[in-house]
Design a protein around this ligand. Sequence first.
Ligand code: ASP
Length: 302
Amino acid sequence: MLVVASENGKVGIGAAIEILRAGGSALDAVEAATREVERNEHDHSVGVGGYPNILGEVELDASIMEGATRQAGAVAAIRGFPHPISVARAILDKLPHHVLLAGEGAAQFAAEHGFEPMTLLTPEAEAAWRRVTQRPGFAGASLTVQARMAQDPEKTVGTVDFLALDDHGHIASAVSTSGWAFKYPGRVGDSPIIGAGNYCDDRYGACACTGLGELSIRASLARMTVAALARGLSVSEACHETMADLALLPLPATIPPAMSMVAIDRHGNHGGFTLAEGLKYVWQDGTMAEAATEERTQILLG
Ligand code: ASP
């Protein structure tokens, strides 16, 4: 058994391992682990306490995928529910054929299935948003201009990724995020897009992303990485190949090429990769008392 996560997944990895040790499924493990991060108010990139959009509303994206069947559930820009990963799981379990629900429809589905609504904007996150809105020239500007003005240095990034391999040889993956801080209302990143920020397949492995989601959407990053594993590449070779493809995407000069991935193959080989410097990931297998924190391999785009 194995669980691999982005570094902020450290608070949840124990919950996943506990489920796997008890003989539970990879799918249950990644959901439970993600919920621990979603409830962590100090993480401003996921769930409760996540930074809001430019209007001060917290909009969450999440997806969960089962490698045995390649069934998936996802929610995009859902407001008012603290555990989007469990809403995504309920879509996978209960709604025939559907994969992704967005906005109002996602909230309606969550309410219908008994999920408890709550206020997601914490005082700390609200204060960060207010600081942005008080910048000179902000008031009165169009939302497009405001969303541009709200970019660095206040912008925070982050997403939680979990990949798990259980003792039955099944793989699952989960991704949850509040997206880019102070984003345009309704902006949906890669996290709920199956194939972009999240993909798994029992036959080959799994991959999940954090970073500028528009890049992984445009490059189908998670799917392409699993497809590279299917061609027999190692985890490292697969991630190098798909990250290299990002170099061909034209980007506004103001946006740093932010992208990171975690990936596993079906044998339990794993790795963390990033275009940035100094980022880490965490992993734990059934023999370990606690998670290990590992440097991600930095990939430099030529
Ligand atoms: N990938 C997320 C998104 O684009 C954000 C992040 O990981 O920083 O919404």
